[in-house]
Design a protein. Structure first.
Length: 133
């Protein structure tokens, strides 16, 4: 899973290889830059969510290879004295899970509509052939 470490000013301090891969960035070129300059659209969305911590959000991100949906956990790194020194952003890809849930809901809705359309037919059979009911 991608993990990103940000300063209190939302500047990139570190990122694991998974985060670098999804962001298509190099640490050398982006170290110390604000998250909004690294990824303008996704960065602005993240910056808003970084205001109230800790937090968990579902985040949709657009990449050249398509949209991804992440469950984002954001927490604070604190010094022994309790002062916030940085923020940790952990992203877990839930794209397939979300797509599957949507598909299952669609199939469920279709099944309910089909059942509703069959109810009048079942009613007719029960009145004309009570042994089947």
């Amino acid at each position: 899973d991608p993990v990103i470490i940000l300063s209190n000013q939302n500047e990139l301090l570190d990122a694991n290889p998974a985060a670098i891969a999804i962001g298509h960035i190099s640490m050398e070129d982006h170290l110390g830059l604000p998250i909004t300059s690294i990824s303008p659209k996704n960065g602005k969305q993240m910056e808003e969510r970084l205001k109230n911590l800790p937090a968990t959000y579902q985040v949709e991100m657009n990449f050249p290879d398509g949209e991804k949906i992440y469950e984002s956990h954001i927490s604070q790194l604190k010094s022994p004295s309790g002062k916030t020194t940085a923020k940790i952003l952990h992203l877990h890809d839930i794209t397939q899970e979300v797509k599957l849930k949507k598909l299952m809901q669609k199939e469920r809705d279709l099944s309910i509509e089909t059942a509703k359309s069959l109810l009048p037919l079942i009613s007719v059979k029960c009145t004309s052939m009570p042994i089947l009911c």
